[in-house]
Design a protein around this ligand. Structure first.
Ligand SMILES: Nc1ncnc2c1ncn2[C@@H]1O[C@H](COP(=O)(O)OP(=O)(O)OP(=O)(O)O)[C@@H](O)[C@H]1O
Length: 227
């Protein structure tokens, strides 16, 4: 049997009177690459934020069978005068950071930079000088170095140019395999994602579909469209 890592049971989440998520029940299994799609304002981010305890449930429950989660948010927020370098920023993602950054950590970070088409000298740049697409990849690397069992990505490729996007998802699939990771991925565009063996969850306040991508195509043909 596949190991269950996350189990939602009848989860509802309200903002005031507005119910953003209604009676969501689903499971995430170890090894899943689950793409979460749905129109704007459908409750995708809300659903994910409940998993990382940023939002309280109105009712229902979430059970988790892992302690190692990594999260790359949709809105990458940095204080405008955050005076640290990219290297220092990435290193804040290490589980037990030392006062001096060890050599092996820097080497590991460089491997990820190369995979992500980033130059090594970006490490000395100030974090607030990066472009949107660079920052997105640096946030991802910061998450990856903590070796999460589950990696949660909220539109991680939104600032990447289309030519790199497809490559980005190939890299992500490779890293997933190598590290035996489980990925929850919010997206608006399934076409870039490497879809083999991936699952789809269509959310519009309620969960309207969850299953294999192949089966999702039939569901979409019945007149549902992703946002
Ligand atoms: N802090 C908040 N207070 C009040 N309403 C909120 C709050 N956060 C989100 N909402 C509302 O809840 C609904 C769901 O928002 P959410 O961000 O989860 O949607 P989403 O599916 O991730 O959307 P998008 O695809 O546009 O990113 C939206 O109508 C949004 O306006």
């Amino acid at each position: 049997m596949d190991k269950v890592l996350v189990k939602y049971t009848d989860v509802s989440i309200k903002y005031g009177k507005y119910e953003a998520v209604k009676n969501a029940s689903f499971e995430v299994l170890k090894g899943d690459f689950l793409n979460i799609i749905g129109p704007n304002g459908a409750g995708k981010t809300t659903l994910i934020k409940s998993l990382i305890h940023e939002i309280n449930l109105s009712s229902g429950k979430i059970e988790m069978f892992t302690e190692h989660m990594g999260y790359v948010p949709q809105k990458l927020m940095l204080k405008r005068n955050f005076p640290i370098t990219v290297l220092e920023f990435i290193y804040t993602g290490y589980p037990n950071p030392k006062f001096r950054i060890p050599k092996h950590a820097i080497e590991e970070i460089k491997v990820y930079l190369n995979k992500m088409d980033l130059e090594e000298n970006i490490l000395n740049q100030k974090i607030n000088s990066l472009s949107g697409g660079e920052l997105q990849r640096i946030y991802l690397i910061r998450s990856l170095i903590s070796n999460p069992e589950i990696l949660i990505l909220d539109e991680p490729a939104s600032a990447l140019d289309p030519s790199f996007r497809e490559k980005f998802y190939h890299i992500l699939h490779d890293i997933k395999k190598e590290k035996d990771m489980t990925i929850l991925h919010i997206t608006h565009d399934l076409t870039d994602v490497v879809l083999d063996h991936s699952k789809v969850m269509y959310v519009d306040q309620t969960i309207q579909f969850i299953g294999k991508y192949e089966d999702y195509k039939a569901f979409e043909h019945e007149g549902h469209h992703h946002g």
